[in-house]
Design a protein around this ligand. Structure first.
Ligand SMILES: Cc1cc2nc3c(=O)[nH]c(=O)nc-3n(C[C@H](O)[C@H](O)[C@H](O)COP(=O)(O)O)c2cc1C
Ligand SMILES: Nc1ncnc2c1ncn2[C@@H]1O[C@H](COP(=O)(O)OP(=O)(O)OP(=O)(O)O)[C@@H](O)[C@H]1O
Length: 317
């Protein structure tokens, strides 16, 4: 997949293309469904397919006072988009200036003049232009005027509700990583690097690998069955997301205890990818580290059972 980070990076002979526009946070099953159609249509017309997205996420620019964490930060979103088979992604820098473009200017200057779009495919809830004033009908009208076609899709539904990034965000904030996984079509995962802990784990409970402070979306505090990739190697793990109240003052961290551990060389830059498979329980304050250790052993037992059953229907979401 080719990646363009500005309009200026597009070659002058770029296009014509079949395109879809959106934030694509999470690159969920609804996004993939639209992109599959864009790819198929591009192939049948002998054109290239293009995803047009924005960075930073528009919510961060338009409502900076309201924190907006991402399911997939840009690098991970681009990795996921690459797996869809789309030929190219254009990442438009989302600035206040861009947000002030009217729908008509966006369609004329970006879609027609820069990208040379032949067809645009969108879900029916698509909105664009200053103040999100324009909808899919306005896009169709602009297409007729400017010379491109618009294909509109009804929302893809899973478990009686439309698949959307907002729905996945809500599920993760509620700790429901199993439903989030169904909507994403893969487990929710965060990419980070290691960070040193306080050494309490090795002394009082179980040894853990801590993640460096992570600024994007994490599932609700609690204990999860996870898989942890260290470089290319994948381990089975149990992970605590939270403040570790048993040890006193709050100190938020994400830490994983590897089940099938072998000694590792873990540099500060080692790439980690932590995938959340199943929620086990809430984080709790235990009367003593020994009580916590007893509970962690039960968590480990459940995780071992989960992994031994993996591949059977029981663990399919
Ligand atoms: C599977 C697992 C479950 C945990 N559950 C809790 C919990 O419910 N309450 C709590 O206070 N700490 C919990 N912890 C965190 C331990 O307190 C943690 O291992 C210890 O604070 C290690 O800190 P360190 O990494 O800074 O050395 C859990 C850790 C793991 C790996
Ligand atoms: N479930 C779905 N079915 C069909 N099209 C979808 C679905 N979800 C998103 N799309 C379409 O994919 C494109 C990109 O979507 P975008 O990421 O902007 O929205 P979203 O996933 O609904 O996110 P949010 O919940 O934040 O609004 C848009 O055309 C959108 O309408």
């Amino acid at each position: 997949m080719k990646i363009f980070h500005t309009l200026a990076q597009l070659p002058p002979d770029f296009g014509p293309v079949v395109a879809t526009i959106g934030n694509f946070d999470g690159v969920h099953c609804g996004h993939r469904w639209v992109i599959d159609r864009v790819n198929a249509r591009a192939r049948s017309l002998g054109l290239k397919s293009l995803a047009i997205t924005f960075d930073p996420h528009p919510a961060r620019v338009l409502r900076p006072e309201k924190p907006h964490t991402l399911i997939t930060p840009l690098a991970q979103k681009l990795e996921q988009l690459a797996t869809t088979g789309v030929d190219a992604t254009l990442v438009l820098p989302f600035t206040l200036d861009l947000s002030h473009l009217t729908a008509e200017t966006f369609a004329r200057e970006i879609l027609r003049d820069a990208v040379h779009v032949r067809e645009v495919h969108e879900g029916e809830n698509f909105r664009f232009g200053h103040g999100a004033a324009a909808d899919i009908d306005s896009l169709e009208a602009l297409g007729r005027e400017l010379g491109f076609a618009v294909q509109c899709y009804a929302p893809q539904i899973l478990r009686r509700e439309a698949i959307s990034s907002s729905r996945i965000r809500r599920l993760l904030l509620a700790g429901d990583v199993s439903q989030a996984r169904a909507l994403l079509g893969r487990p929710f995962a965060v990419q980070s690097t290691p960070h040193s802990g306080r050494g309490y784990g090795t002394r009082y409970t179980v040894p853990t690998i801590n993640l460096a402070p992570y600024g994007e979306l994490l599932p609700a505090n609690g204990v999860y069955i996870t898989s942890l990739k260290v470089g290319k190697e994948e381990f089975e793990a149990v992970t605590n997301v939270g403040n570790r109240p048993t040890f006193g003052a709050d100190s938020f961290t994400v830490e994983s205890h590897i089940l099938n551990f072998h000694p590792l060389e873990l540099t500060a830059e080692a790439p980690l990818e932590l995938a959340f498979l199943h929620r086990l329980r809430e984080e709790r304050r235990f009367p003593s580290p020994a009580d916590l250790l007893t509970q962690i052993k039960k968590d480990v037992g459940k995780a071992q059972r989960f992994f031994s059953l993996r591949g059977t229907d029981l663990n399919r979401s």
